[in-house]
Write a protein that binds this ligand. Structure first.
Ligand code: SAH
Length: 232
């Protein structure tokens, strides 16, 4: 597979610090309040940045990366599990991403649907999904799921919301950036995949689990990215 410049996004410092540690950084660029690091990783040209939390931050970070000439984007980070079979540390690979907080239901649109737009559930790239799947198979013995990732500007920490997002919207996990990144990639015709490791179960204990497991989960997500890029 030939991608000539790979963009990588994480929302928080924990999600990109391992990548930073293992990259031979050759250039640092400041744009829109975000610091981007350009360098070589597994003999490939990469640019990565910490977007900050939430959809607006993710969207801006993604557009800046695209304007810098990346030809694919990988997201590495943590999320709250929605699928009850997922355990903390397990991996979710996006087949698509949807904004669960896009809600124009009073005007007759289904929840998650962006009005007057053909697509609201943005498909990830099949080649990148396959690479992520092969990496997860090898590194985590099949402890992964492929599925729809739901994004919204809210930290989900209630069993009722988990049930709703899982049953009504078919989400595998929930986080705060993926669908924004996916939408910007779609607008620019750039392939993407989101790789998330579960830091919590998005329930009443989410705020307790979150900090404890973010480091472990970020490590899992980084290892997948490392394996993917080594085979690109
Ligand atoms: N680190 C900050 C805030 C983190 S917000 C703090 O502790 O103050 C949560 C981040 O992790 C977001 O980037 C989001 O994408 C992801 N995330 C993990 N679990 C989540 C959940 N249950 N609901 C929503 N986002 C979650």
């Amino acid at each position: 597979m030939t991608f000539s410049k790979i963009g990588i996004v994480g929302a928080m410092v924990e999600e990109i610090e391992l990548l930073h540690k293992h990259t031979d950084v050759t250039n640092t660029i400041h744009k829109a309040g975000i610091t981007f690091y350009e360098g070589r990783f597994h003999d490939k040209d990469i640019i990565f940045g910490k977007s900050g939390v939430g959809k607006v931050n993710a969207a801006v970070c993604t557009q800046v990366l695209i304007d810098m000439g990346v030809d694919c984007i990988l997201f590495t980070g943590v999320a709250g599990a929605l699928d009850p079979e997922l355990e903390i540390g397990d991996i979710v690979i996006s087949t698509s991403c949807l904004q669960h907080d896009m809600d124009v239901t009073p005007l007759g649109f289904a929840r998650g649907v962006i009005p007057f737009q053909e697509v609201s559930d943005f498909n990830a790239d099949p080649r990148l999904i396959e690479l992520a799947e092969q990496a997860s198979e090898r590194l985590f013995n099949g402890r992964y799921r492929k599925g729809k990732i739901l994004s919204g500007d809210q930290f989900v920490a209630s069993r009722e919301t988990v049930k709703e997002l899982y049953e009504d919207l078919g989400g595998t996990c929930t986080e705060m950036e993926g669908a924004a990144l996916a939408q910007v990639c779609a607008m620019n015709g750039i392939p993407y995949v989101v790789i998330r490791s579960m830091s919590d179960k998005a329930d009443g204990s989410a705020h307790v689990n979150f900090e404890e497991f973010t480091v472990k989960a970020s490590d899992h997500s980084y290892r997948i990215i490392d394996d993917i890029i080594s085979r690109m």
